[in-house]
Design a protein around this ligand. Structure first.
Ligand SMILES: Cc1cc2nc3c(=O)[nH]c(=O)nc-3n(C[C@H](O)[C@H](O)[C@H](O)COP(=O)(O)O)c2cc1C
Length: 168
């Protein structure tokens, strides 16, 4: 059985998604890259426009990572939830990838949010952006982060992914 070559790609404004991304990369033994949103998301104005931009599915300017996504079998993509949806930075990244023809790539999706439970809108938007369902999805709440429960969740998520065969 050949394991998939995975890349963790994430955006994080305040560090929560980064924490989960690093835990996933460590568990999978994979590469990891951060997407930078070039728009200023700091302060109250940044907060408000961030929520609005996510809600209205806006794109943004990003600093794209050096890693070539087509060199990987699996992209594990992570975002914070903003106004019930994925962030403009990750939306922009996925839009670029989809138009770049990485059709053979498989995906896994994770997100962090204050609330716990599934974020259906974010999940369905993710599927639309990459034109397929992710192999696995992981939802991490503020409570999961506070209690370290996210580490158990990451373990299950990684286990589901690492049992998949390349090309299957
Ligand atoms: C603009 C904005 C909108 C948010 N909207 C939601 C939301 O709709 N639901 C939710 O549960 N959390 C929401 N949050 C909380 C974040 O999803 C949560 O704090 C996340 O873990 C932040 O990730 P980060 O530290 O990687 O930036 C929002 C945060 C921001 C900044």
């Amino acid at each position: 059985m050949m394991l998939m070559k995975a890349l963790v790609v994430y955006y994080s404004r305040t560090g929560n998604t980064r924490k989960v991304a690093e835990q996933i990369a460590m568990t999978l033994g994979s590469d990891i890259v951060e997407i930078i949103d070039l728009k200023n998301r700091k302060g109250i104005f940044g907060f408000l426009t961030a929520g609005y931009s996510a809600y209205s599915r806006k794109l943004t300017e990003i600093k794209a990572p050096d890693a070539d996504p087509s060199a990987y079998d699996l992209l594990v993509v992570g975002t914070p939830i903003w106004a019930g949806n994925i962030t403009p930075a990750i939306r922009t990244y996925l839009t670029r990838i989809a138009s770049g023809g990485a059709a053979k790539t498989e995906y896994a999706f994770f997100y962090t949010s204050s609330a716990s439970g599934e974020q259906k809108k974010a999940y369905s938007d993710f599927c639309k952006l990459v034109n397929k369902e992710p192999l696995a999805a992981l939802s991490v709440s503020r409570k999961d982060l506070e209690t370290d429960n996210f580490k158990l969740k990451v373990q299950d998520f990684a286990k589901a992914l690492s049992t998949l065969k390349a090309g299957s």
